[in-house]
Design a protein around this ligand. Structure first.
Ligand SMILES: NC(=O)c1ccc[n+]([C@@H]2O[C@H](COP(=O)([O-])OP(=O)(O)OC[C@H]3O[C@@H](n4cnc5c(N)ncnc54)[C@H](O)[C@@H]3O)[C@@H](O)[C@H]2O)c1
Length: 547
């Protein structure tokens, strides 16, 4: 990809802005913002138009005051990198830069840009000079060095630190800066505050920056908007004034009447709340991995075990772990906490046992699918090397198109290492950048390909949208994600579309016992993560067939 061009997902090319463009961009912005301010609107700059920032910007822009009038004017600020610049012209046309399954997202962005005229986007940091509130939604990554060892990784705060730096250089001293990025605990007070304070001093500003933290609980998917707007928030401020301002802002833009705010004393407390919240979930998922193996080896169906336990109200949030725990948050957030203890907060000892191991287990759970596929094919007299294996589902969870850290990636990398030929179907995903651009995505030298052999040809992976085409002549079919399109697939029809019996692997407790039996009757082999009762169902079918 040329450095001078940014290409949108649908292939449209946008030249990156040149140095001479910045002046006129700012002049136009200033005129527009002056007009908006004269209407009594507060000016909110959202930094980072990613999965969180793009939708948060629209929610703020959609806000009305008690009289029903638009009370905020929002400028989404996105750095003009070749990977992300296209988001700006697209948003300015009223088109969402994120693909969302929530039907509220597209019309909301269109409405705010075109009808309400309360939302636009820019690439110039100078817009910060005009901000009353800055919401920071840039990424803060955790880079892992090894597969299955989160401890050797480290936090990549470059984007966040850079953002805080430019914010401090540009904003009026009394602007509220709200960090929504998930950060390593201690970041707001011990990283962001000193950067801002120093820069303020250089600018001759004596007052403290008004820094606040409130983390996102967004769930991209069918309830994308509601998961930001109609959901509980935790917040905190660096001092009383910042706390007061953040409470006021969030009360104005979110549905806090129904979903009240929880206000913490200090930012490190709200930062820790986010990390503990996600580590808790990662842990209860990881904990079931060993019981999943236990179940497979002892004739137990983990799906039924979980169902039996969940009737007890105290245990109702037990979840069947799929072939890995993905999404942007759960694989990294615990790592941010463990890293912060040593590298921000300065402790030498190692108090963490459960948090890192939970992540390590989740990161490697998908490997086992390679074994199950190998064994199912072997039972059918076939070797995994050169077998055609179809993976149903690329996304990290059901009915979304987000592939970040998806368990399916590990499944595929392991199968490719074992020599399988890979095909993929996913109704929500058009491009799987983790494979297609594995030399540069999610970053140069960061691909998980480096933990496996035989990965080069995975760059050619293309996602088949036509299920019938994907199924034809497959030797193995892996149910990797609980997309609704896969839940009701009928064994007869599936085998007919394949054209022969195949190995069927259930990674997510998708198949009912009746379906499993039906696959056996049709001559297939079936295996599943945590589904040890399959052997019993197989014996039952075989003895009936003999009898
Ligand atoms: N995606 C989720 O489901 C989710 C859920 C809860 C919390 N979060 C947290 O929210 C934060 C943002 O996540 P995301 O999914 O939106 O990330 P993302 O990578 O989709 O978006 C980040 C955006 O910020 C832009 N950016 C980076 N540096 C910038 C700079 N200096 N100036 C302007 N723009 C800049 C990037 O180009 C990108 O467009 C993360 O901390 C994440 O952990 C995400």
């Amino acid at each position: 990809m040329s450095e001078k061009i940014s290409i949108s997902p649908n292939g449209e090319k946008f030249p990156l802005p040149q140095p001479e463009d910045y002046k006129s961009e700012f002049n136009n912005l200033k005129k527009r913002i002056d007009q908006e301010r004269s209407k009594g609107r507060e000016i909110v700059v959202v930094m980072g138009l990613g999965f969180v920032g793009a939708v948060m910007a629209a929610i703020v822009a959609d806000t009305v005051d008690k009289k029903g009038k638009s009370a905020k004017f929002v400028v989404g600020m996105q750095r003009p990198s070749s990977r992300s610049f296209w988001k700006i012209p697209l948003l300015n046309r009223g088109i969402s830069p994120v693909k969302a399954e929530d039907p509220e997202v597209d019309p909301m962005i269109e409405r705010c840009v075109k009808q309400k005229k309360t939302l636009m986007a820019t690439y110039t940091y100078d817009v910060l000079k005009l901000a009353d509130v800055v919401v920071v939604d840039v990424q803060c990554d955790y880079l892992k060095e090894d597969l299955g060892n989160v401890r050797t990784g480290q936090t990549d705060m470059a984007a966040l630190e850079a953002s805080i730096g430019v914010i401090a250089e540009h904003i009026p001293p009394d602007s509220l800066v709200l960090i929504e990025t998930t950060v390593a605990p201690g970041t707001t007070e011990q990283v962001a505050y000193p950067i801002m304070k120093k820069t303020f001093k250089k600018r001759g500003i004596e007052s403290d920056p008004l820094l606040a933290h409130s983390y996102e609980r967004v769930m991209p998917g069918r309830n994308y908007v509601a998961s930001i707007r109609d959901f509980w928030r935790v917040c905190s401020g660096i001092n009383e004034e910042a706390k007061k301002r953040v409470v006021k802002f969030l009360t104005e833009v979110l549905n806090t009447e129904k979903f009240p705010l929880t206000v913490m004393d200090r930012p490190i407390e709200s930062e820790t709340a986010k990390i503990v919240e996600n580590s808790y979930r990662a842990t209860i998922l990881a904990f079931l991995d060993e019981w999943s193996l236990f179940a497979e080896r002892n004739g137990v169906d983990l799906v039924k075990v979980i169902k039996a336990i969940k009737v007890r109200p105290t245990h109702s949030n037990m979840i069947f772990p799929g072939p890995g725990i993905g999404g942007y948050c759960l694989p990294k957030d615990g790592g941010l906490g463990v890293w912060a203890y040593k590298h921000i907060l300065g402790f030498e000892d190692d108090i963490f046992r459960i948090t890192p191991i939970a992540i390590d287990i989740n990161d490697t759970r998908g490997l086992h699918v390679g074994q199950l596929t190998r064994d199912a094919l072997r039972n059918m007299g076939q070797q995994i090397a050169s077998s055609e294996v179809l993976i149903l589902g690329a996304a990290y969870r059901e009915d979304v198109g987000d592939t970040r850290y998806s368990g399916s990636e590990i499944v595929i990398r392991k199968l490719a290492e074992m020599g399988a030929e890979i095909r993929v179907h996913d109704p929500y995903v058009e491009h799987w950048w983790e494979f297609e651009q594995q030399d540069t995505y999610p970053g140069v030298g960061q691909t998980k390909a480096r933990f496996f052999r035989n990965q080069e040809k995975l760059k050619e992976i293309h996602i088949e949208q036509n299920l019938n085409k994907a199924l034809k002549d497959a030797d193995a079919v892996i149910f990797a994600v609980r997309h609704s399109a896969y839940l009701d697939l009928d064994p007869e029809k599936l085998v007919k579309k394949i054209g022969k019996p195949a190995a069927i692997i259930d990674c997510f407790g998708i198949l009912t016992d009746d379906k499993i039996k039906r696959y056996f009757q049709l001559g297939c082999e079936v295996k599943g993560l945590g589904r040890g009762h399959i052997q019993r169902l197989k014996d039952e079918v075989r003895s009936k067939l003999k009898g």
